[in-house]
Design a protein around this ligand. Structure first.
Ligand code: SAH
Length: 225
């Protein structure tokens, strides 16, 4: 079983995506285990302080190394981890390849930043991988961590049923997914492509491949090969 430990100052911000649909079922089936850790529980002073002013001056608080190290050390003393990930806008941009790699065996720690981010020494000494979910800045790492977890968890064998197989999704084979249709076959004269109603599996596969290629060339020539 894969175990994911998420460290945050606002764990309540991230819990709900894990309480619904596919991820919830994966947790219930014990395919994965997700734990949330409130950094404030590792603060050493009574005020539960986990951030402080930046050295050198400037606006915005910085998350301190001490509570983060305490939390990571405690987790690592109990089991081994494949990666200790920091969600950050200047990290490696998340893509399907990274999600695939992280979905294969191994426990993960995910650290969510807040305010101005974390003391650089956390990144230098404790973090093994830095991931961004896009070139924009959010106020905390919780939503990015939820995005990362969703992208990973749905790829773990047994999580998706056949009907939602990840293999036919976009990017999995360097292609976008083909268009999909459902009932009714004719809606106000808008017809579903005939081939999809033909029952001819080979013809349907061929059509889907053609459409995936067409779509990728048009919308994402950068990934077409
Ligand atoms: N001062 C930092 C931004 C801090 S934003 C900078 O300019 O780079 C506060 C926190 O939100 C970050 O520590 C990070 O954990 C999270 N965050 C914001 N945008 C993100 C993104 N695009 N991808 C991943 N995490 C992000």
């Amino acid at each position: 079983m894969v175990r994911i430990d998420i460290i945050s100052v606002l764990p309540e911000l991230i819990e709900s995506p894990f309480n619904a649909s596919i991820i919830k079922r994966a947790i219930e089936k014990k395919i994965i285990e997700v734990n949330f850790h409130n950094l404030k529980d590792f603060a050493s002073n009574k005020r539960k302080q986990v951030d402080d002013y930046q050295f050198g001056g400037g606006s915005g608080m910085v998350m301190m190394i001490e509570p983060i190290k305490k939390c990571i050390d405690l987790l690592k003393s109990k089991r081994s981890y494949k990666e200790v990930i920091y969600m950050t806008p200047d990290g490696n941009m998340l893509n399907q390849q990274i999600a695939n790699k992280l979905s294969i065996d191994g426990n993960l720690i995910i650290l969510c930043g807040h305010y101005k981010g974390v003391d650089q020494r956390v990144r230098d000494e404790l973090i093994t991988m830095e991931i961004s979910i896009g070139d924009y800045v959010l106020s905390g790492g919780e939503l990015p961590a939820a995005v990362l977890c969703d992208s990973i968890i749905r790829l773990i064998p047994g999580v998706l049923g056949d009907e939602t197989s990840a293999l036919s999704d976009s990017f999995q084979d360097g292609m976008l997914a083909p268009p999909v249709y459902t009932r009714p076959a004719n809606f106000e004269d808008l017809e579903v492509p005939k081939v999809l109603l033909s029952g001819n599996k080979a013809k349907i596969d061929e059509w889907r491949e053609e459409k995936a290629e067409e779509r990728t060339k048009k919308l994402r020539p950068d990934i077409f090969n």
